[in-house]
Design a protein around this ligand. Structure first.
Ligand code: FAD
Ligand code: NAP
Length: 322
């Protein structure tokens, strides 16, 4: 029977920051980094992108996979045990908590005194024809991350979605693009009224309401158009754009926790107690995108991973005193 003092589930910036802090505090954590968990390689979302230019400490930028390899190396250097398996089942109803990996579901569970959930999230996609070809070659799900790259400079761009993220991303992109189209499937924006007003007031932005996207087109290397359809008139046309940004929501990786007595918001994100990484179950902590639907950045994930480790360390030391 395997027992871990602290188990970290996940392998993005939140998980590795938590691991580094715990390992340096001489609490040897065990990390289950996942084996293509939720379709993403160990290392998380940053392994799906090229250069990261907004993570402090890298003035010339750093490749996303390289950054995650280095975080992993740092976790291991201080004594984190990393297991390349996906946690597929948990039971947090009593202590020690129980966990199963996808290969040991019929066997005795792994037990643990405390857990840090850092399973992240993934951007929803539309699965348009051409999407796979031009993903990260003009199509992105993060304007803040990718908007500043040269291929988008002074070019027409499009954002799909009608929520706060879509509005925020469209406004952000007006700094770089010659024009930004906001493609909204309904005849109104779901976004907050302040955001909707900002979008309406922006001269570089045009909202195409009641419009759906049909196909991403390009020259085989880079995106150069999006086929759209006006659902009222049924008119289909190609919108020439060099950049296409999806802002249609994210899915937090919380499926395996859904039967636990954790607090979730209406879209499935884990709620932590404000100002902490604690959840409603003592000994279970959450960090990174799995508990953050607003900021969703590597640096904010790393920051919350640090909080989770410090909260967890306090929990473990108080337990050993009592
Ligand atoms: P994630 O990075 O989401 O990683 C969690 C990982 O844990 C999963 O991917 C998986 O490998 C593993 N896992 C999940 N479930 C399990 C399980 N059950 N068992 C074991 N392992 C599991 N942010 C920036 O700051 N700058 C950027 O330039 C930037 N560019 C981006 C570009 C793209 C294309 C994308 C998609 C995101 C980008 N981001 C960027 C956002 C950033 O990647 C995320 O905010 C950050 O990675 C979230 O970190 P996380 O630790 O919460 O987990
Ligand atoms: P969201 O509010 O769920 O909005 C998603 C948008 O994408 C909706 O307009 C939705 O259309 C559209 N959409 C979904 N699937 C689609 C599809 N298949 N095709 C076309 N459009 C599709 O998500 P979000 O904007 O990421 O916001 C998430 C949460 O974070 C919200 O609570 C938001 O307020 C908050 N947030 C706040 C800020 C801020 O305050 N600065 C910034 C970002 C996010 P429908 O409207 O038709 O469903």
């Amino acid at each position: 029977m395997v027992h871990n003092q602290v188990t970290i589930i996940g392998s993005g910036p939140a998980a590795h920051t938590a691991a580094i802090y715990l390992a340096r505090a001489e609490i040897k954590p065990t990390m289950y980094e996942g084996m293509m968990a939720n379709g993403i390689a160990a290392g998380g979302q940053l392994t799906t992108t090229t250069d990261i230019e907004n993570f402090p400490g890298f003035p010339l930028g750093i490749n996303g996979s390289t950054l995650m390899d280095q975080m992993r190396e740092q976790s291991v250097r201080f004594g984190t045990e990393i297991i390349t398996e996906t946690i597929s089942k948990v039971d947090f109803s009593s202590r020690p908590f129980k966990l199963w990996t996808e290969w040991n579901e019929d066997e005795a569970p792994i037990t643990t005194d405390a857990v840090i959930i850092a399973t992240g999230a993934s951007a929803k996609r539309l699965d348009l024809p051409g999407e796979e070809t031009y993903w990260q070659q003009g199509i992105s799900a993060c304007a803040v991350c990718d908007g500043a790259v040269p291929i988008f400079r002074n070019k027409p761009l499009a954002v799909i979605g009608g929520g706060d993220s879509a509005c925020e991303e469209a406004l952000f992109l007006t700094k770089y693009g010659s024009k930004v189209f906001l493609i909204v499937r309904k005849n109104f924006l779901r976004a907050s009224s302040i955001m909707a007003k900002r979008v309406a007031a922006c001269e570089k932005l045009e909202i195409l309401y009641e419009t759906v996207s049909l196909e991403a087109k390009g020259d085989g290397k880079l995106l150069n158009a999006l086929t759209i359809k006006d659902v009222k008139t049924e008119e289909v046309r190609d919108l020439p754009v060099s950049g296409l940004f999806y802002a249609i929501g994210h899915n937090p990786a919380t499926e395996i926790f859904k039967n636990e007595k954790l607090d979730f918001d209406e879209t499935g994100y884990i709620k932590t107690i404000p100002g902490t990484a604690s959840t409603t179950i003592p000994g279970v902590f959450a960090a990174g995108d799995v508990q953050d639907k607003i900021y969703r950045q590597a640096i904010t994930s790393a920051g919350s991973g640090c909080m989770a480790a410090l909260d967890c360390e306090k929990f473990i030391s108080e337990e050993s005193v009592n």
